[in-house]
Design a protein around this ligand. Structure first.
Ligand code: GUN
Ligand code: FE
Length: 442
């Protein structure tokens, strides 16, 4: 039996915060601890209480005065775009054609895919992200690289092979049957193996013919426990192009609805320019709109209207969307989320930000039983945050007087330097050993 007592200022959410200081939404232990046994949380609470549950001679990781939270969750990003962050000057469709469809062709080479996959996982961990939902490239090799790198680090990861059969370079397209067969094989190989979850991934309506959408429908029907990920209503030119390709559809959302692709396991990147009708369809089907603030600002796409999602009762989550997103850091992402909502007269409270990065995103994935909060039986995926990681943060913290103020400082000023440690299933990954990264191809 392996045991570890992680000591620090423990914070974990139990429900969505309402208002600026909803103390009923979280549990906080100023002198707290998490007892980890065999990779799971075996106890959480005040240090004096939890320490009693530990065996004699238990190893202690003392992180005081840092905060101890559940590992952060990123619900949408692209692992083959790791080296395409900061591609200059274009909006979505031009950006895809100029940069992304060139970059993703490199992932045909297994050595390149393995190298980037390892570095990608390490970058997530360095930023305190322990679970992410990622697009791979069209190449099955990229999916193997992705899940191999996750498995080497024992990370709970969601991913899948992009399917595209038009409006992309030939080297990046799969015909409907091939995309179907390859996806089936990858699901059989990876879904449910260790901590891996598969996401069926038609990239978006523009790059799939009706034939490929039919194949996606079949895959979803045959694998109801897999996730589905695609993009929806990110950019005005994209919407015009997508709806022109599917003239029978009422609107962009209806394209996916007609192929039965909307359900509780469906994650829809962006959802910026939706009508009330479309958001209501998401609410009815349980599909999740994914808010990607740094990406939406970087590509000049628009502002996600969270309050309308709340009013119409639709689910949403938050994500980096690397490589249109400009940072792997969920802290930096929430900093931008705050500003995007502020521009629309909407508030994002610090408690709500930290809820969204943890329990909120876990709920969007229906994984709250195992990740996103520190409860007995949860996976011991844990992040340790240092609110004084930079001199300017240290100075600012000198005049901070509450937990919510500290969280807001972390979100506004923090980045990977604030991640003092990260644990995956109880194993330290930042200061301790990481999984094996493949060497760069020569
Ligand atoms: N829409 C279709 N593909 C992509 C992508 O790779 N990134 C973003 N931001 N939007 C997309
Ligand atoms: Fe995306």
């Amino acid at each position: 039996m392996s045991e570890l007592l992680i000591r620090g200022r423990v914070l974990t959410f139990v429900k969505e915060p309402e208002g600026i200081d909803d103390t009923a939404s979280y549990r906080f232990f100023e002198d707290g601890a998490v007892l980890v046994r065999n990779g799971k949380v075996a106890g959480v609470g005040a240090h004096a209480e939890v320490a009693k549950q530990a065996g004699d001679g238990v190893k202690v990781a003392d992180h005081r005065p840092h905060l101890v939270l559940p590992g952060l969750i990123d619900t949408h990003l692209h692992f083959p775009q790791t080296q395409a962050i900061a591609s200059y000057g274009a909006q979505l469709l031009e950006w895809l054609n100029t940069y992304i469809f060139v970059e993703e062709q490199k992932f045909k080479a297994p050595e390149h895919a393995a190298f980037i996959a390892g570095r990608f996982m390490d970058e997530l961990l360095a930023n305190g992200t322990t679970t992410a939902v990622a697009y791979c490239s069209v190449h099955p090799e990229s999916v193997d690289a992705f899940f191999n790198a996750a498995e080497a680090r024992n990370m709970r990861m969601v991913g899948g092979k992009v399917m595209m059969d038009r409006n992309a370079p030939e080297a990046l397209t799969d015909m409907p049957e091939k995309g179907y067969e390859e996806t089936k094989r990858l699901i059989a190989k990876w879904h449910g193996r260790g901590r891996a979850h598969y996401a069926i991934s038609p990239r978006f309506a523009i790059t799939s013919t009706p034939g490929q959408m039919e194949m996606s429908r079949a895959l979803v029907a045959e694998h109801p426990d897999c996730y589905v990920q695609t993009h929806l209503s990110e950019n005005k030119d994209e919407i015009a192009f997508a709806t022109s390709l599917y003239p029978q559809a009422k609107d962009y959302t209806d394209i996916y609805a007609r192929y039965d692709l909307l359900g509780r396991k469906t994650l829809l990147g962006h959802c910026i320019h939706l009508s009330d009708r479309e958001i209501s369809v998401l609410a009815e089907t349980g599909a999740v709109g994914v808010f990607c603030p740094t990406s939406n600002l970087f590509l000049g796409s628009g502002l996600f209207d969270r309050d309308r999602f709340d009013r119409l009762g639709a689910r949403y989550s938050v994500a980096t969307d690397v490589g249109a997103g400009t940072s792997f850091s969920m802290l930096e992402t929430m900093d931008e989320a705050y500003k995007v909502l502020h521009l629309q007269g909407q508030r994002l409270s610090p408690l709500n930000s930290f809820y969204m990065m943890t329990l909120g995103n876990a709920r969007a994935l229906d994984l709250e039983h195992c990740i996103g909060s520190l409860h007995v039986g949860a996976d011991a995926d844990i992040v340790v945050l240092d609110s004084r990681a930079k001199p300017a943060m240290e100075l600012r913290m000198q005049v901070a007087s509450s937990l919510t103020e500290e969280l807001f400082i972390l979100q506004t000023m923090g980045d990977d330097r604030s991640v003092a440690e990260v644990y995956v299933a109880g194993k330290p990954m930042k200061c301790g050993p990481r999984g094996a990264s493949a060497p760069a191809p020569s």
